[in-house]
Design a protein around this ligand. Structure first.
Ligand code: ADP
Ligand code: ADP
Length: 218
């Protein structure tokens, strides 16, 4: 479970996230929805330990990310700009991640199949399109077979096949009783994927309700 309480984050005089609180429950796909600059990435960065809050807490299973005993097995994350070294081959990046986290090597092949990157994984990351990088990032997020998925704009740059795969993965993950939080700036992307939506605008939560209720109000 993800629990964010009274979270505040400033950059200079700009308050990017202002007293934000929400809970993300297992068994559902939860959308984190808001326009560009709303504070979605900032919230997720703090949650994933990449940024420190000015106030409040963002906890995963009651702990800060850095205090998790098995981070990759607990939470799989996809965040902009957190990609592998460009000179690396996609498959080597995943193999290295698996080795350093005591994840069985066969899991690398499995996640590459899941995201549809098996054929391209032998190429260097610098030659990948945006969609291929996104698929590799998803494969990395899935590697530890994590209980929780946190994905920042996961369908960015994906073709229809990629979008279909991501949707199916998220639905399956939630159906297995696990937790899924995905951000998007497009309401339309949530339809048919998310069950629940948390809406953020100008650093503040403005709605937290079943998706059907929120889309009815639009
Ligand atoms: P979103 O992910 O919803 O598009 P962000 O969390 O990236 O929004 O940004 C929220 C606000 O914080 C924006 O006004 C953005 O310009 C600002 N911001 C985000 N990161 C930084 C940073 N590193 N330095 C300064 N301002 C930032
Ligand atoms: P530490 O002080 O333990 O070395 P950091 O430098 O990463 O940790 O964090 C600085 C401050 O931000 C600390 O007070 C820490 O408790 C707090 N902090 C960092 N991440 C979170 C989080 N996700 N939720 C609550 N507090 C956090």
């Amino acid at each position: 479970m993800i629990e964010v309480t009274g979270l505040t984050k400033r950059y200079g005089r700009k308050t990017a996230v202002d007293d934000v609180g929400f809970t993300v429950r297992p068994g559902l796909v939860t959308g984190f929805l808001g326009p560009n600059g709303a504070g979605k990435s900032t919230t997720l960065r703090v949650l994933l330990g990449l940024d420190r809050p000015d106030g409040g807490t963002a906890l995963i299973d009651g702990r800060r990310y850095r205090d998790l005993r098995h981070p990759l097995r607990t939470v799989g994350a996809l965040l902009d700009g957190a990609g592998p070294v460009p000179e690396r081959r996609g498959v080597d990046h995943l193999t290295w991640m698996a080795r350093s986290n005591r994840i069985p090597r066969r899991r690398v092949r499995e996640v590459l199949e899941l995201v549809g990157l098996a054929d391209a994984a032998g190429g260097r990351v610098k030659g990948y399109s945006l969609g291929m990088r996104q698929r590799l990032g998803l494969a990395a997020a899935l590697l530890g077979d994590p209980e929780i998925l946190v994905l920042d704009e996961p369908v960015n740059g994906l073709d229809p096949d990629g979008i279909r795969r991501v949707r199916q993965l998220l639905r399956d993950h939630a159906a297995a009783g696990r937790t899924v939080l995905l951000s998007s700036h497009l309401m339309a992307e949530m339809a048919g994927t998310a069950d629940h939506a948390i809406v953020i605008t100008g650093g503040r939560i403005v709605a937290d309700a079943p998706l059907d209720d929120i889309s009815a109000g639009h």
